[in-house]
Design a protein around this ligand. Structure first.
Ligand code: NAD
Length: 497
């Protein structure tokens, strides 16, 4: 029988007593690689309770000690980097290079969490009134929850629990049911790094488990990353139950190409950013907006895309791997068919892609559409596959208007040699992450991951200083120490003198 994934509760890997199990498949072969329990209500409650109990001591643990746990964790993750990446490739089908990037971008956040002392410092000001000093402190919230998607099973859990725990909180992680093996390995390594019992729990399942976490009275904050429909549900339910919520959602990212851009660079970057990771990145470029003369580059773009092919994780010639599941592939194929039906020009169609020796993999080849208009389903919906739409406009102003009219605001980029055009784009675009001659502008963890509009619901974003504020309360102290020889008369006003 396939490996049965345990739950992590109170420092122990425990088998679930559930009767509901899901299968985890290798997306290149459909082979069942594990069975995943949908945790029972009692198991989810036990996980939250364990986190609540551990919080009572962890919140009193000195900040440098919390930071040292992160340093040890960072070292272990680096030591096991390639093993985790290999597991990630097996679980998601990502190429080894891409899997290593997923792990590495997570390790960078752990490095940032090790800097928690500096990040969580408050502010102080002497003499805000005569003999009165004022200072602010940051204090942890309590039990925090993370609900993560399939597409970055290392990086996105690592966006969440290391920073939350470094801030003094305890955590319950509910990873994607599609590729849970990597999050489990991350949890094992965290325990090996010396994390006290109960700091991190991992529970598995789908909507029922998530919904229980969203409304539980002991849960203080919820971080979610996933699709827009689920993100809206998480944000509404969580905030309705008076939780702090950050929900990172879907995307439709545009890359604007001006005719003065370096042609080869722009084309190569468009190809990598659209079909890389099988298009299953929330920051993937799914729309190329070619401005003016750049419209004549379409044949070159088509030729460059045609050279890329999917393949298995350790094939050095594979550009990317399979879609995560048969149903994800089916969805992409449905949207490609819909694009053709609605009249877009399908210049490359990857619907029939095959990979020799892997007839059951969820393969989709690079797909390119031109003549796309904003009312088409392929433009309105997030495809999340290796599909690039090309649109042409006359001017930079038209490109900006097009991008700003799209409901999503996760990422965008502009390729140009003009500083003035780039500055105008950066200033006027209503998107939270902008690349200038950088196709996928995912910020490093000393900044924050700042999607806007329908790509994000909440106020404070992931990692960086914003995450520290998300995972902490600010307490402000106003203090006066009396000189006993001087007795002040009653102050009848709120004015501090
Ligand atoms: P998903 O929304 O299907 O699942 C995400 C998580 O929510 C999983 O843990 C899943 O079990 C849970 N879930 C699914 N349905 C639910 C429901 N009805 N109620 C409660 N919980 C539910 O997303 P996915 O397919 O795993 O990931 C792909 C999506 O994630 C894409 O839309 C992509 O753009 C988005 N994404 C966004 C970002 C970002 O930073 N904005 C980053 C990565 C992925």
């Amino acid at each position: 029988m396939a490996y049965q994934i345990p739950l992590l509760i109170g420092g122990n890997m425990v088998p679930s007593s559930t009767e509901q199990w899901l299968e985890v498949h290798n997306p290149a072969t459909q082979k069942v690689i594990a069975r995943l329990p949908c945790a029972t209500e009692a198991e989810v409650a036990a996980a939250i309770q364990a986190a609540g109990d551990a919080f009572l001591t962890w919140k009193e643990t000195p900040v440098p000690e919390r930071a040292r746990l992160m340093l040890r964790y960072q070292a272990l993750l680096k030591e096991h980097h390639d093993d985790v990446a290999r597991l990630l490739s097996r679980d998601t089908g990502k190429t080894f290079e891409d899997a290593k990037g997923d792990v590495w971008r997570g390790i960078e956040v752990v490095e940032q969490a090790a800097n928690i002392s500096a990040l969580s410092m408050g502010e102080a000001l002497e003499n805000v009134a005569s003999g009165v000093d004022c200072y602010s402190l940051t204090q942890p919230l309590g039990v925090c929850v993370g609900i993560t998607p399939f597409n970055f099973p290392a990086m996105i859990p690592l966006w969440m629990f290391p920073l939350a725990i470094a801030c003094g909180n305890t955590f319950v992680l509910k990873p994607s049911e599609q590729d849970p093996l990597v999050p489990m390995r991350l949890a094992e390594l965290f325990m090996e790094a010396g994390a006290p019992d109960g700091l991190l729990q991992v529970v598995h399942g789908g909507k029922d488990v998530v919904d229980q976490l969203l409304i539980h009275p002991q849960v203080r904050a919820i971080s979610f990353v996933g699709s827009v429909a689920v993100g809206q549900h998480i944000y509404r339910t969580g905030t309705d139950h008076l939780k702090r919520v950050q929900a990172f959602a879907g995307a439709k990212n545009h890359m604007v190409v001006l005719p003065d851009a370096n042609r080869q660079q722009a084309i190569n970057n468009l190809v990598g950013a659209s079909v890389g990771a099988a298009g299953q990145r929330c920051m993937a470029i799914s729309v190329a907006v070619l401005v003016g003369e750049a419209a004549s580059w379409i044949p070159e773009l088509q030729a460059a895309m045609a050279k890329v092919r999917p393949g298995i994780w350790n094939d050095p010639k594979a550009g990317y791997g399979p879609q995560i599941s048969a149903s994800a592939k089916e969805r992409v194929l449905r949207l490609i068919a819909e694009g053709k039906r609605e009249g877009a020009n399908c210049l490359l169609d990857g619907s029939d892609a095959e990979v020799s020796g892997y007839p059951n993999g969820n393969w989709v080849g690079p797909t390119l559409f031109s003549g796309v208009t904003t009312n088409m389903t392929i433009y309105r919906e997030e495809i999340f596959g290796p599909v690039l739409l090309v649109m042409t406009v006359d001017s930079l102003e038209d490109a900006i208007a097009l991008v700003n009219a799209n409901p999503y605001g996760n990422g965008t980029s502009i390729f140009t040699a003009s500083g003035a055009a780039a500055r105008k784009y950066q200033h006027e675009i209503q998107v939270g992450q902008v690349g200038i001659n950088v196709p996928i502008p995912v910020p490093l963890p000393f900044f924050s991951f700042t999607g806007w509009r329908n790509s994000f619901y909440g106020d404070l974003h992931a990692y960086g200083k914003q995450a520290v504020r998300f995972y902490t309360e600010t307490k402000t102290v106003t203090a006066r120490w009396f000189d006993d020889d001087v007795v002040a008369s009653p102050n009848m006003s709120i004015h501090l003198k």
